[in-house]
Design a protein around this ligand. Structure first.
Ligand code: C5P
Length: 224
């Protein structure tokens, strides 16, 4: 059967990765969480005290970074490895979330991540989620989805997720982080978050996971 590229872009915490994982599983496609790459780079910068306002430091640090997605049979999920270390859990921390949009706005960081993302899509049969996947990474993707949901719903969802890991986290902190990331992501100079002209919009404010999955799979059928 014909294999296509599916891109899912949108605001933070709209449920992009939930939908992308379900679609990849149903279609037997590869799922790539592009945000995990920016988070892993940020983690490396934080751990190694890289001054990311200094181009030379960024250039040198990127040469020392190797990113890999490894499929975990047990969790049935692909997990992010940074220089051979599984960082899937630690990159979800608020400490990383607080800096990731600053790091992801750097041109050289984006070029580093985008070239690897484009290689992953060579054989098609991929679902990738992020902010610039339909506009920059795969402008020729067969199906582009742009996800959105009301702010309050998104904050609540992310809060629940983070609270399970760390009960000290507050709703205000999570809200401020989402607003800050959305602002930086959509106002940055290089590859800002935009809906691709040919993307279909999926607003899941009042949609169950099942409903949004069914809707998206109908769009897939039209492309196969
Ligand atoms: O998707 P997630 O929320 O994990 O992404 C974390 C951050 O990585 C985003 O807020 C954004 O700054 C950056 N990102 C990006 N481009 C992508 C994916 C993520 O700039 N394609």
């Amino acid at each position: 059967m014909k294999k296509i590229i599916i891109t899912i872009d949108g605001w933070s915490s709209c449920g992009k990765s939930t939908l992308a994982k379900q679609m990849a599983k149903a279609l037997n496609y590869v799922y790539v969480d592009s945000g995990a790459m920016y988070r892993a780079i940020t983690l490396y910068f934080l751990r190694n005290h890289v001054d990311w306002t200094d181009e030379k430091e960024v250039h040198k640090a990127l040469k020392e970074i190797s990113l890999q997605f490894v499929f975990n049979e047990k969790s049935q999920q692909s997990e992010m490895y940074l220089n051979g270390e599984n960082v899937e859990y630690v990159i979800r921390d608020l400490v990383v979330a607080e800096k990731v949009s600053e790091v992801a706005a750097i041109k050289e960081v984006r070029e580093f991540a985008v070239s690897q993302q484009q290689k992953m899509g060579k054989g098609r049969g991929i679902v990738m989620d992020g902010r610039d996947i339909g506009t920059v990474v795969f402008p020729d993707a067969e199906l582009k989805i742009f996800m959105t949901a009301d702010n309050a719903v998104r904050v609540e969802r992310r809060f629940k997720e983070l609270y399970e890991k760390n009960p000290n986290v507050t709703l205000e902190e999570v809200k401020a982080n989402l607003e800050m990331r959305d602002y930086i992501d959509s106002n940055r100079e290089f590859s800002p978050l935009r809906k691709a002209e040919d993307a279909v919009v999926l607003d899941n404010t009042a949609c169950t996971e099942k409903e949004q999955f069914q809707k998206a799979m109908k769009w897939v059928q039209q492309k196969l």
